[in-house]
Design a protein around this ligand. Sequence first.
Ligand code: 13P
Ligand code: SF4
Length: 313
Amino acid sequence: MTLLKNEINIDFIKEINLLRKEHHAIILAHYYQIPEIQDLSDFIGDSLALAQEAKKTNAEMIVFAGVHFMAETAKILNPDKKVVVPDITAGCSLADSCKPDEFKKFIEKYPDHVVISYINCSAEIKAMSDVICTSSNAVKVVESFPKDQKIIFAPDKNLGNYVNSITGRNMVLWNGSCEVHDLLLLENVVKLKMDNPEAKLIAHPECKSVILEIADFIGSTTALLNYTKSDKSMEFIVATETGIIYQMQKESPDKKFIIAANDNCACNDCFHMKKNTVEKIYLCMKNGKPEINLPEELIIKARKPILRMLELS
Ligand code: 13P
Ligand code: SF4
C-alpha cells in the first residue's frame, strides 16, 4: 500500500490505522471511491452490501466513505454509534431531486399506492416509504408485492423504467436521475462498441433505457464486477462510475476495461463520491466530525422500510 504523506509529513495510512484501533472504527467504502480509499477500507461494497455490513458491525465508530444518504442509512441502522464522513457535502443528484415537501404532495395524489424508494434518497423520503430497495434487489422488492398492487417508485426514473420493463408493471415514477449515469450518450456508447467489436457492454440500471436496450448485461455495481470475473470475454465497455474499474482490473488483470465516458470528461466520475480523500478520512477520524446526526423520531420512521428491505434481501 502506498504511503500518502503531505508537506508536513503525516503518514496518513499509519495514522488512520492507529485511529482505527483507538476508536474501534470500521471504514466502509463504496466501489466509486478512489483506489487509495478502497485499499485502506475494511469493507468495500455496493449500496446493499454496505447497508448489510453497517447493520451487522460491532464497531463503535463507522467511517463512511461514500455519499451522504449512505452514511445516513448507516446511522439509522446504528442510532447509538458514531457515524462520521470525510466530507459532509458529498451528496447525490438523485437524493437532491426528491425534496420531502414535494414528495409528500406527490404521494398524496396516489393514496392507494405503496411507496418503494431507491436507497439513494434522504432519511425524510425513506420515512415516507413502505420499503427501500437498491439496484441489487429492486426487482425482488417490487415482485414481493402482488401483481395488481399499485406502486410509486422514487426517485430514479431510469431504474424505475428498467424494473417496469422486467416485471411488466406500470409503476408511477418520480422524475429523478443520476447525473453520472443519465449523462451517458447513446452515440458515445455505440461508437465504443464499433471501435471495440469484441467487447461486451455492461451497464448499471441508472443508465437511460436506450443504453440498457443494447447492453449485454445490466446489474448493480457488485453484479457488474461479478459478471466481469465469471464471463469469458476479455474486453468490457463499462457504463457506470469509473471507480469500479479499479476492482475489475484487480480481479481480472488480463482483461481490458473501457469506461463509457460522458461528454464532459474522459472518465465518468461522480463528483460527490470523488470529494472524499485519504486526508479527509484521517481528519474525520481524528476530529470525530463531520458526524451524521438525525432526530430520533426520523430514525424510527426511516428504519422500518430499510429493515423490510434487508429482510427481503
Ligand atoms: P449500487 O451501489 O447499488 O450499484 O448503486 C450505485 C450508485 O449510484 C450508488 O450511488
Ligand atoms: Fe448519486 Fe449518481 Fe453519484 Fe451514485 S453516482 S452517488 S446515484 S450522483
